[in-house]
Every structure is written in structure tokens, then in C-alpha cells.
Write a protein that binds this ligand. Structure first.
Ligand code: ZN
Length: 146
């Protein structure tokens, strides 16, 4: 198996090519734009937060397969979750992609990003959507991974 096979697992390829939750979100209560200058990934993440719950999450923009799949899987994972669930999920993903290890049971489908740990240049691709979602929740308009 080549390194690229490790990195580009089926789920990442699938979500990279056919991202879920992609498009505008007119009633968004929170939004932020994230940019990863290392790779050129640029996304807007929009959320509808109501009574402390992320009712809806969508994203727009363009980036590589890893960053697109990450945004797709992140929006899927966070929809319907209380906002307090965001930071622990981000920490788990961050630990996973930086090779610190994380409990697979806490990650669900997000575990597919474990291969990224072998490619430090790709960590910012895999976490861009998360940084951007955090910025949106924190009321910041723009975030760069630099
Ligand atoms: Zn990228």
C-alpha cells in the first residue's frame, strides 16, 4: 500500500468529491472564513445556532480533497450537537491528525483522518474547517492557519 493510499482513504475521497452540506446557508447565525495559505484552501463555514445547539452547518469554497472532506465530515458530525460538543471534538481531531492519539470511539467517521498524522503538511488542510468553525462560534470573521 502506498502512502497516498493511506492518506486518501475511501471516505476522504468520497467526501472530497461529493461534499455533504456544501452550499449557502441563508439563515446562518454564525459565519467565518478560513484560509490555509500553505495549500490554498479557502472555506466559509456557516452555522445556525439556536438554544445552544448547532441546528445546521454548511460550507462553501474550494480546497484540496483533504480540506474539503474535513469540512464535509465536520459539518456532518456537528449538526444537531450542542455547541459545548464542538471543542472536545476539535481536540480529538487535532490529537488524531497530529499523531497524539485519540480514542476512536470519540471520533466516529472522523477517524479516517488518522493517516494525516504521517503528513505534517496536511494537518492544516485537515483542521482548516475546524479552525473556521471555532472562529464562527467565537464571533471572529476570518481565520488563517498561518
Ligand atoms: Zn489542502
Amino acid at each position: 500500500m502506498s502512502e497516498l493510499d493511506d492518506l486518501y482513504q475511501d471516505t476522504i475521497l468520497d467526501h472530497g468529491r461529493r461534499p455533504r452540506n456544501f452550499g449557502p446557508l441563508p439563515d446562518a447565525t454564525h459565519e467565518a472564513e478560513g484560509y490555509n495559505p500553505l495549500c490554498g484552501d479557502r472555506f466559509k463555514v456557516r452555522l445556525v445556532v439556536d438554544e445552544g445547539v448547532i441546528r445546521d452547518a454548511r460550507f462553501e469554497g474550494s480546497g484540496c480533497a483533504i480540506s474539503t472532506a474535513s469540512a464535509s465530515l465536520m459539518t456532518e458530525a456537528m449538526k444537531g450537537r450542542p455547541i459545548e460538543a464542538f471543542s472536545p471534538a476539535f481536540e480529538h481531531v487535532h490529537d488524531l491528525v497530529t499523531g497524539k492519539g485519540a480514542e476512536a470511539s470519540d471520533l466516529g467517521k472522523l477517524v479516517v483522518f488518522s493517516g494525516v498524522a504521517a503528513f505534517p503538511m496536511r494537518v492544516k488542510c485537515a483542521t482548516l474547517a475546524w479552525h473556521t468553525c471555532k472562529a464562527a462560534l467565537d464571533g471572529e470573521e476570518v481565520v488563517s492557519t498561518e
